[in-house]
Design a protein around this ligand. Sequence first.
Ligand SMILES: Cc1ncc(COP(=O)(O)O)c(C=O)c1O
Length: 445
Amino acid sequence: MKSASSRSPSVTPDLRAWWMPFTANRQYKAAPRLLVGAKDMHYVSHDGRRVLDGTAGLWCVNAGHCREPIVEAIRRQAAEMDFAPPFQMGHPKAFELASRVAQMLPGDLDHVFFSNSGSEAVETALKIAIAYHHARGQASRTRLIGRVRGYHGVNFGGNSVGGVVVNRKAFGLGLPGVDHLPHTHDLGRNAFSRGEPERGAELADELERLVTLHDASTIAAVIVEPIAGSNGVLIPPKGYLRRLRQLCDRHGILLIFDEVITGFGRLGAPFAADYFDVLPDIVTLAKGLTNAAVPMGATVVRAAVHDAFMNGPEHLIELAHGYTYSGHPLAAAAGLATLDLYRDEGVFENAAGLSAYWEEAVHGLKGAPHVIDLRNLGLVAGIELEPRADGPGKRAYDVFVRCYEKGLLVRAVADIIALSPPLILTRGHVDEMYSILGEALKETA
Ligand SMILES: Cc1ncc(COP(=O)(O)O)c(C=O)c1O
């Protein structure tokens, strides 16, 4: 053990040891922002201020913070049974949660594989897609198609199908046999769109080009976020997702919707698959599944995908895949309490009811300094700023810090401010958010 003298005693903790994720560590540690408490729509900062949560933590605390029924469910479960192995054993709450999730999802998306994060849900989906074709005697279908500017977590599979250049360039070649569709962001044709942009459905036809290049017999799956969230809120053009579905059907390719952000009410419907009325073959979930109170991911597959694995000898494991913490009892308990809360309080209905007011508020920023685009869907907003000459991303970062100092948490991705509040917010919260953001924009060079 290292001596205590290597630690600097101070009221704030020693910040050196934690190598923080997706953080400019040196810049952060020179002027840290610490959160020490949370309740409903607010955080409490280490200097005792209430900070309105404009991002639902990280797109995940959909029912608001520290909700008593969820806290209580976790507390009870921790005392009753802390852990149960999920390999060749089970516990009731994981089965119950899987049934509840399957019931919520549309169509025959009926079978749920649990993991611990969005990244793991994605890895699971990609592996199931390849193994599905293998199980059906089409082992040549191994190629995976993602999309430029897509984000599917940080593990090697998700990072490979992802299309965020800064996340990819330092990590070698990634998975072989991966290709990408173009992104759908087109400021020239669609700037300041309200809801789904009018133009760009034809970008789905790029899949035909990839089929011509690689042949359908080598392609296992296409994975897209219905709304690309983490890379700056890119709303799909009208008809785009439906077209992608048709092309996947034509070529026997599985369609995966990564609903880690859009799942559990973000668009006012339970899932983006409902909102867009497009049924994928596989859906990935995390974040709002447990209201982020305990980490959990899930990969949900349609009946035909699941059933393709169920033909071999019954004593054999059908899918050689899983995590020690798949269906962890604390996560399962948190998930069940979360789904109850969503239902009992009409949380998704609140999101749906507020989305028109939200849209007006977002587009009320038109004409604010530096704003080159405003976009929205459900309770999501993207505010794109003109990059500053001294470096891309610096202007949005300044706005983010200013908002935080004024009592609002927003997220900055390059020069895009993303907003995705807890779905329990009121009109008053919407007004407060956009008023603070408007002030911060005015004060930012
Ligand atoms: C669409 C999407 N997929 C996957 C992930 C990864 O989730 P996690 O950070 O829980 O691994 C994210 C995280 O933001 C996401 O937005």
